[in-house]
Write a protein that binds this ligand. Structure first.
Ligand code: FES
Ligand code: FES
Length: 160
């Protein structure tokens, strides 16, 4: 198989890989980097379960060639917590507001929410619902997710 070199700044570390030019970012993350917290929930780029940050912007990794991210900063759910024994503030908010049930969609929602910290998304339910419109959850009914993101945005902007 023809491969090309790919360098990522992945979860705060430099990583060098060899990938097929047609490899999707989600497949490289899951299969070559064993970062299986990034989930594939559809094949139509609609569910958002595969959301990661590239240069602090939320993207759907099922819809992005890995090579498009060469020499870019990529953050997945595995790189979010400050250490192995603590949750990120946004993850704490998801826990406190019961914003997950099966958890399949949760990494994508958390990554989308973290990108919103740097966007002009007000920490209000209506604005958060609109900003989360590219992420689907089949379990929770969204109320807890919206409350969690509103609180997380408020707390993280105060800390910034
Ligand atoms: S797996 Fe990427 S949007 Fe569904
Ligand atoms: S918690 Fe199950 S799909 Fe969202």
């Amino acid at each position: 198989m023809h491969t090309v070199p790919l360098t990522l700044h992945l979860n705060h570390r430099a990583v060098s890989l060899e990938v097929a030019p047609s490899s999707l970012l989600i497949d490289v993350l899951r299969e070559q980097c064993q970062l299986t917290g990034t989930h594939q929930g559809c094949d139509t780029a609609q569910c958002g379960a595969c959301t990661v940050l590239v240069n602090d912007q939320a993207i759907k990794s099922c819809n992005r060639l890995a090579m498009q991210c060469d020499k870019q900063s990529v953050l997945t759910i595995e790189g979010v917590a400050p250490n192995d024994h603590a949750l990120h503030v946004m993850q704490q908010c998801f826990s406190q507001h019961h914003a997950l049930q099966c958890g399949f969609c949760t990494p994508g929602f958390v990554m989308r929410a973290l990108a919103m910290v740097h966007e002009d998304v007000p920490a209000t339910p209506d604005a958060v619902r609109e900003a989360l419109s590219g992420n689907l959850c089949r379990c929770t009914g969204y109320e807890g997710i919206v409350h969690a993101v509103c609180e997380g945005l408020t707390l993280l902007r105060v800390q910034a």
